[in-house]
Write a protein that binds this ligand. Structure first.
Ligand SMILES: NC(=O)c1ccc[n+]([C@@H]2O[C@H](COP(=O)([O-])OP(=O)(O)OC[C@H]3O[C@@H](n4cnc5c(N)ncnc54)[C@H](O)[C@@H]3O)[C@@H](O)[C@H]2O)c1
Length: 373
């Protein structure tokens, strides 16, 4: 595909999240908002007022037939992801799927094979991988300043939007799982997941997930739709330093602590043995103020044009869904340990760092940070 081509992008699903994609593709250089689609005519009418020149459809197949699109964003509930993504790939479109990629690993595998066989870009909306905060944390980890990563804890809690078709793990934890895999560059061997359905019978609205990695690393995720505060916090504990990432903070999202505990060699008597606590300074690295969704959409356009593998391609979507499936099994077994896959997996597509970090060369456009959940 020519590097000078303008990509025409269609967005399907115009509920809470899809309009953010529409806003960005309408403003981003290198593409245009080619078409909009939602089953709900009221949603279509609202979007028609905002984008009077963009053709709107209630039928996805009609949109694919009538408009010459290069790419499609699927921003519907997850149960629709597979059929819509498959139809778009079969029609020869590059596809950006919102998270989680699909409802099962089998669906993800089919989409990956289809995209590969047709030479199309398939990317998943693991948005935090594209945030300047996570990019900064990844750089600090890669520099070795943190030492060995021992443990990661992530909390994503608020008085949530309740869903009837998926539980809180499938709704919120994909963000944490994708971020943890990106930071560690590997996938867990086993998971435990416990949860409770307080409001809708059978749909867990609070849950705790543990991820055990073959290298001895460990991560925990707490997900809740039943919390009065909005909490978006991740702690990354290294053997030398620690990081607290608070996504609710407007500016100082990342703080690095020169804090550690050392266990001296056990050459003293039990009574004399003491752990060594180190309390050093903390600092806040400067982060560029770039909307993560913008960064992610730009990456999708860049990869669709160049054919380069995306940082969060189909394989990373599959890995997250594999873990979600294991979580569902563990939930049924009341938190029992469930193996994720037979062999340890190093995640090559996830192990790069973003190259494009700047707004240079883009239309100024509206730049309102979307409320990432
Ligand atoms: N990255 C983030 O921070 C973030 C935030 C919110 C939602 N999401 C993801 O975005 C997706 C959509 O979530 P949402 O909260 O906007 O859902 P929503 O229920 O608010 O909206 C979904 C829309 O899709 C439409 N739709 C459903 N099936 C359709 C079909 N076959 N054809 C056309 N339209 C169809 C519905 O009418 C609805 O308007 C989900 O995958 C979700 O996980 C991501």
């Amino acid at each position: 595909m020519s590097m000078n081509r303008i990509l025409s992008v269609g967005v399907v699903g115009l509920g809470y999240w899809g309009p953010n994609h529409a806003r960005i593709f309408n403003n981003m250089r290198g593409c245009r908002l080619g078409a909009l689609c939602d089953l709900d005519p009221d949603r279509i009418e609202k979007m028609r007022l905002r984008y009077p020149d963009t053709p709107c459809f209630v039928s996805f197949n009609q949109m694919l037939e009538d408009v010459n699109l290069d790419a499609v964003v699927v921003a519907t509930p997850v149960r629709q992801h597979f059929s819509l993504g498959k139809a778009a790939l079969l029609a020869g479109k590059h596809v950006l799927m919102e998270k989680p990629m699909a409802s099962s690993t089998a669906e993800c595998e089919e989409l990956i094979a289809l995209a590969a066989s047709r030479g199309l870009t398939l990317m998943v909306g693991h948005i935090f991988v594209y945030s300047t905060a996570i990019q900064m944390i990844r750089k600090i980890i890669d520099s070795g300043d943190l030492g060995e990563i021992c443990y990661i804890n992530s909390q994503r809690l608020n008085l949530g939007v309740f869903h009837n078709d998926i539980n809180v793990v499938w709704d919120l934890a994909p963000h944490d799982i994708a971020t943890i895999l990106y930071l560690l560059g590997r996938a867990p061997g086993a998971v435990n997941c416990q949860g409770h359905a307080n409001i809708t019978p059978g749909i867990e609205d609070v849950a705790n997930v543990s991820l055990s990695f073959d290298c001895g690393r460990f991560a925990t995720i707490q997900s809740s739709w039943l919390e009065p505060r909005k909490v978006r916090q991740m702690t990354i504990v290294g053997s030398r330093q620690m990081i607290v990432y608070d996504d609710v903070e407007p500016l100082e999202k990342v703080r690095v602590y020169d804090t550690r505990i050392e266990r001296p060699p056990y050459d003293q008597t039990f009574g004399e043995f003491q752990y060594a606590y180190h309390y050093g300074d903390s600092y806040v690295p400067r982060l560029e103020q770039i909307e993560p969704l913008w960064q992610m959409c730009q990456h999708f356009i860049d990869c669709s044009i160049s054919g380069a593998p995306p940082l969060s391609g189909g394989e990373s979507g599959l890995e997250v869904v594999r873990i979600l499936e294991a979580c569902s099994k563990s939930l049924q077994a009341n938190g029992g340990l469930v193996a994720v896959a037979d062999a340890p997996r190093i995640l090559r597509p996830l192990s790069g760092v973003m190259k494009t970090q700047r707004m240079n060369g883009r239309k100024p456009g509206v730049f309102v940070a979307a409320n990432v959940v």
